[in-house]
Design a protein around this ligand. Structure first.
Ligand SMILES: Cc1cc2nc3c(=O)[nH]c(=O)nc-3n(C[C@H](O)[C@H](O)[C@H](O)COP(=O)(O)OP(=O)(O)OC[C@H]3O[C@@H](n4cnc5c(N)ncnc54)[C@H](O)[C@@H]3O)c2cc1C
Length: 431
C-alpha cells in the first residue's frame, strides 16, 4: 500500500557505481521512498572491461526489476551468455590437462561494465542523479532521527536514511565503523592481477587458433599464478588476465610490470602451453601495470543508526569467484524488500539492522571462499597442488553456496529480522 505524502522517506545513496545505481533502481520503484544518488565523479561511468554475472546475480536483478525488466536491461547492455568455461593445468608435469569443462547453460552472462552501468542509469529520473558531489561528512541532526549529509562543495542535505555505496575505501564505512574503521579497513588479499583487451585476430596469432575454436572462458591453473582469456564483444575481442600470488604486498596497489617481472613470475610455466603467449599479449600495452587485490577481511557491522553500507563499501572481495557485483545486486534486492515494508522514518534503523543481520554472514562467507579459491587456482592448495583430478574435485562445489541462494527465502528472512528489530525497538521504548 502506498504511504501518504507525510510518510515519504528520504534516502540518500552515496556513490553511483554498480551498487549505487542498482539500489537506486530498486528504491525508485517504492512509492513512499524518495531517493537521491550522489556521485563524486563528473559522470556516472565505469572503467574496466567485463563483468561476469552469475546465476544469483541475475536472479537478484530479476527480483529487483518489474517483469521483463532484467532481460531488457541486459539485452540493451549487450550481455552475452557465458557459453563455456574450461579450466586447464598451465604449468608442471600435467600442463595442458583439462581440469573441468562446463557447458553453457545460459544461466550466466558476461557484459561490458560501462554498458551495464549506462543501462542501469538510463531508467532513472535525471533529477535524482547528482554527479560532482563528493561526500565530506555525515552528522546526526540533533533531536531527530535524520542525518545531515555534507558535500565537499559545501552543499548539504538532510535525509531519513543514508546508504553508502562509495566503494572499497568508503567514507560512509568510516562513519559507520567510527573508531573501528582503521582496524577493519581493506587490506591486501595476497594476489595481484593485470588485464588487457586484445583483438581476436591478435589473440589467435599469439596463442593459437585452437584455443578460440569456441567462444569460451579459459582459465589456466599453475605454479603461483592463474592465467585467463575470455571472449567478449561479439567474439571480436579477448580479455587476457594474468593473476599471481603477491608475496610481499605494499601499500601501493598499483605496480609497474615489464617482461622481466612477468617472466620471473611465470618462470615455472615457460615450457608449458600458455605463459609465453600471455606475456607477449600483456606487453602489447604501453603502460603495463598490475593491481594488488584488496578485501575487507572482516566487518563488525554494516549499519549504525540510519546509515548503512552496501556493495564494495561493505564487503570488498577478490575477483576469484566473480561475485562482487553479484553481492551488490543481492544487497539492493534485500534493501528494496526491507524499505518497502518500512512505515516511518523511525523504522529505517530497524531495516538497516535487519539488512546487516542477513547480508553480513553471506557476504563474509563469499569473501573468505573467494580468497581460498584464488589460492587453489594459483596452485597453492597443499593437497591438490597442480593435480588435475584433485583440483577438479576441490573446485566442483566451490560455487554451489553462492549460486544456490533462494532469493525469495532470503528476502523473507530479512523481513522476519525486520519485524524482530521493530519489536525490540518498541519494547525498549516502552521499558
Ligand atoms: C578485477 C576485477 C574483476 C571483477 N570481476 C567481477 C565479476 O566478474 N563478477 C562480479 O560480480 N564482480 C566482479 N568484480 C567485483 C565488482 O566489480 C565490484 O564488486 C563492483 O563493481 C563494486 O561496485 P560498487 O558500486 O560497490 O563500488 P564502485 O564501483 O567502487 O563504485 C563506488 C562509487 O562511489 C563513488 N564514490 C567514492 N567515494 C565517494 C564519495 N566520498 N562521495 C560520492 N561518491 C563517491 C566512486 O566514484 C564510484 O563511482 C570484479 C572486481 C575486480 C577488481
Amino acid at each position: 500500500m502506498a504511504a501518504s505524502a507525510s510518510t515519504q522517506l528520504h534516502i540518500a545513496i552515496i556513490g553511483g557505481g554498480l551498487a549505487g545505481v542498482t539500489l537506486a533502481n530498486a528504491l525508485n520503484q517504492i512509492s513512499h521512498i524518495q531517493v537521491q544518488v550522489y556521485e563524486a565523479a563528473a559522470s556516472f561511468t565505469e572503467r574496466g572491461a567485463a563483468v561476469a554475472l552469475s546465476t544469483n546475480a541475475l536472479q537478484a536483478l530479476e527480483q529487483i526489476f518489474p517483469p521483463g525488466g532484467k532481460d531488457a536491461l541486459l539485452k540493451k547492455a549487450g550481455a552475452v551468455p557465458l557459453n563455456s568455461v574450461r579450466s586447464v593445468v598451465g604449468s608442471g608435469p600435467h600442463a595442458g590437462k583439462i581440469i573441468f569443462d562446463s557447458a553453457g547453460t545460459e544461466s550466466e552472462v558476461v557484459v561490458h561494465r560501462a554498458s551495464l552501468l549506462r543501462e542501469l542509469v538510463s531508467p532513472l529520473p535525471q533529477d535524482i542523479l547528482h554527479p560532482n558531489k563528493r561526500l565530506s561528512s555525515l552528522k546526526p541532526v540533533s533531536g531527530t532521527h535524520r542525518i545531515e549529509v555534507v558535500f565537499e562543495d559545501g552543499t548539504k542535505g538532510e535525509f531519513d536514511g543514508v546508504i553508502g555505496a562509495d566503494g572499497i575505501f568508503s567514507s560512509v564505512r568510516s562513519h559507520v565503523l567510527q573508531d573501528k574503521a582503521q582496524k577493519y579497513a581493506a587490506t591486501p588479499a595476497g594476489f595481484w592481477d593485470c588485464r588487457n583487451l586484445v583483438p581476436m585476430a591478435r589473440a589467435k596469432a599469439v596463442l593459437g587458433e585452437d584455443l578460440f575454436a569456441e567462444d569460451r572462458q579459459c582459465g589456466w591453473v599453475g605454479d603461483g599464478a592463474f592465467l585467463m582469456h575470455d571472449v567478449l564483444e561479439n567474439s571480436t575481442m579477448v580479455q587476457c588476465v594474468i593473476s599471481a600470488v603477491e608475496s610481499s604486498p605494499t601499500n601501493n596497489r598499483k605496480r609497474s610490470l615489464n617482461r622481466e617481472i612477468l617472466t620471473k613470475t611465470l618462470q615455472n610455466w615457460l615450457d608449458g602451453p600458455i605463459a609465453k603467449g600471455m606475456i607477449e599479449l600483456a606487453l602489447d600495452q604501453d603502460d603495463l601495470h598490475g593491481y594488488s587485490q584488496w578485501e575487507h577481511k572482516a566487518t563488525p557491522y554494516y549499519s549504525a543508526g540510519a546509515v548503512c553500507i552496501i556493495g564494495d563499501a561493505a564487503h570488498a572481495m577478490t575477483p576469484w569467484q566473480g561475485s562482487g557485483a553479484a553481492m551488490a545486486f543481492e544487497d539492493a534486492m534485500v534493501m528494496q524488500e526491507l524499505l518497502s515494508q518500512v512505515q516511518s522514518p523511525i523504522q529505517i534503523e530497524a531495516a538497516f539492522k535487519a539488512y546487516d543481520a542477513v547480508r553480513r554472514p553471506r557476504c563474509q562467507r563469499v569473501i573468505d571462499s573467494s580468497r581460498e579459491t584464488g589460492m587453489i587456482l594459483c596452485g597453492q592448495n597443499a593437497d591438490a597442488g597442480l593435480n588435475p583430478e584433485k583440483l577438479g574435485q576441490l573446485l566442483a562445489t566451490k560455487w554451489d553456496f553462492i549460486a544456490g541462494l533462494d532469493m525469495k527465502e532470503h528476502k523473507k528472512d530479512a523481513v522476519t529480522k525486520l519485524n524482530d528489530c521493530i519489536s525490540e525497538a518498541l519494547n525498549l521504548t516502552e521499558a
